[in-house]
Design a protein around this ligand. Sequence first.
Ligand code: MTE
Length: 324
Amino acid sequence: MFIKKRPSWALSQSEITPESVYLNRRQFMSGSVAVAAGLSIPGLLPAAELPVQGKSLNFVPMPDYSTAEEKTPFKDVAQYNNFYEFGTGKGDPARYAEEMTVDPWSLGVEGECEQPGEYALEDLLKPHEYQERVYRLRCVEAWSMVIPWIGVPLADILKRLQPTSRAKYVYFETLHDPDQMRGQRSLFSTIDWPYQEGLRMDEAMNELSFLAVGLYGKTLPKQNGAPIRLVVPWKYGFKSIKSIVKIRFQEERPETTWEMIAPQEYGFYANVNPEVDHPRWSQKRERRLPSGLLSPNWMETVKFNGYGEQVAHLYKDMDLRKFF
Ligand code: MTE
């Protein structure tokens, strides 16, 4: 039985630990007896546990698909995460995702396509050249990052699987393995596992939709969704599902995790949109990480996260207040 507990992003802003408290605790933790005593405060990692980077990858930089904005440092990208399979604190994924094995890895392909089956990850990726794309990532919680991803356009992989004319949506699913994912063992979990997401077929085939296998030139840290995760840069981060084990082509719109939890707050489309506030907080601004007390780094949020030129046509006849 799932005991409903509100997720961190469902808390009102005053309930969230203020940055100042966070930073002070962090400074305290980094050089102090608390570290030696092994105390753990959710959301924090002692400096000694900085995540190590993975294996180097060969890739082609794609300047046409990359923002020139300053990249978020690796340590923030790999230490400030949402990956509820490992806990709800921002530092939990970096601390516990090591408990997940990502090699070997395979993906099941099902539904409305000509090439269903179980694919070893390397077979799925083999024909493709890796690209590097520096994308903005905007979380629904109103923070954002700029991340140099390595991967393959989602459309290139989906085309090889040959969707039929009945395929109107693509569904994605994350690994469900409570032995390896401590968040899935928790009695207080909000989520009915596995984490699931989906895109309309034309969204999935858009040139920006990306399957990432790495970041900062190396294989993905486990906390960022190793060994393969979705990146949909014009949508709130929760659409960018991690550690994918299943792809299904289907005629009906799939049920998606956050929409199932709170349909009045999180929609299927989840396009970044400063004109449509979350019922409990504004979406007009975002905190670009790294952000601190003295330089919170607030900036205006841009519709479709700044990717309107590439994606606005997908929604031209839709009321985005209704289909949020
Ligand atoms: N995928 C899974 N399986 N589980 C999750 O909890 N969180 C989402 C998304 N993908 C999540 C997930 C959310 S809310 C965000 S903002 C991004 O992952 C965060 O990606 P990052 O930690 O690599 O920055």
